[in-house]
Design a protein around this ligand. Structure first.
Ligand SMILES: [Fe+2]
Ligand SMILES: [Fe+2]
Length: 188
């Protein structure tokens, strides 16, 4: 599936685990593209990757993990572990976001982030998702909630448009106090 198509595909949600798994594959694909990209593509691809990871981690932390924790009963350790992984990956993300591709550490930072994310994703899919499939939880309803939130965040970060628009929106969000435009214009 083409990347653009996959990014839009959350519109057709089967359930929460399906939506998150599709995001995982999209992130895998973005890492692979980034590590093979021409030099002029590195910065826009890194920005896109970082925004996709931020959206994914945010919907998991805001909506998925709290609901999963309630459903899992005495397997809350799976959520503790997932949240710990997110905290570690975010430190590497912040480092990557502070760099441009001409930094000598750029590619090694991308590689470190890829290793952290891929270990986390493997655990989520093999342990957390399989435990949740056995739990009493309405994964379809949760999937709809996740898809709506994901869609809103993608609009805010401009991932439904081209990358430059998204980058401009992100800059606007980071500097709301001075010269900010009305929200509906920023997030159109
Ligand atoms: Fe995930
Ligand atoms: Fe996660």
């Amino acid at each position: 599936m083409a990347r653009a198509e996959l990014e839009q595909s959350a519109d057709v949600v089967t359930d929460a685990i399906d939506l998150l798994t599709r995001d995982h594959r999209l992130v895998d694909e973005l890492f692979a593209s980034l590590l093979q990209a021409a030099p002029q593509q590195l910065d826009p691809l890194a920005r896109r990757l970082s925004k996709m990871i931020r959206i994914h981690t945010q919907i998991e932390e805001e909506l998925f993990y709290p609901t999963a924790r309630r459903a899992l009963g005495d397997r809350g350790d799976l959520i503790d572990e997932a949240e710990h992984d997110h905290t570690e990956a975010k430190q590497t993300m912040m480092l990557l976001e502070s760099m441009t591709s001409d930094d000598p550490q750029f590619l090694s930072t991308v590689e470190s982030l890829r290793e952290q994310i891929s270990a986390h994703v493997a655990t989520e899919e093999a342990e957390l998702f399989s435990e949740l499939r056995k739990a009493h939880l309405d994964l379809v309803a949760l999937g709809i909630t996740l898809a709506e939130r994901r869609d809103t965040l993608m609009d805010v970060l401009g991932l439904h448009g081209d990358d430059e628009e998204g980058a401009a929106n992100m800059r606007e969000m980071q500097r709301p106090a001075k010269g900010s435009r009305p929200r509906d214009e920023v997030t159109k």
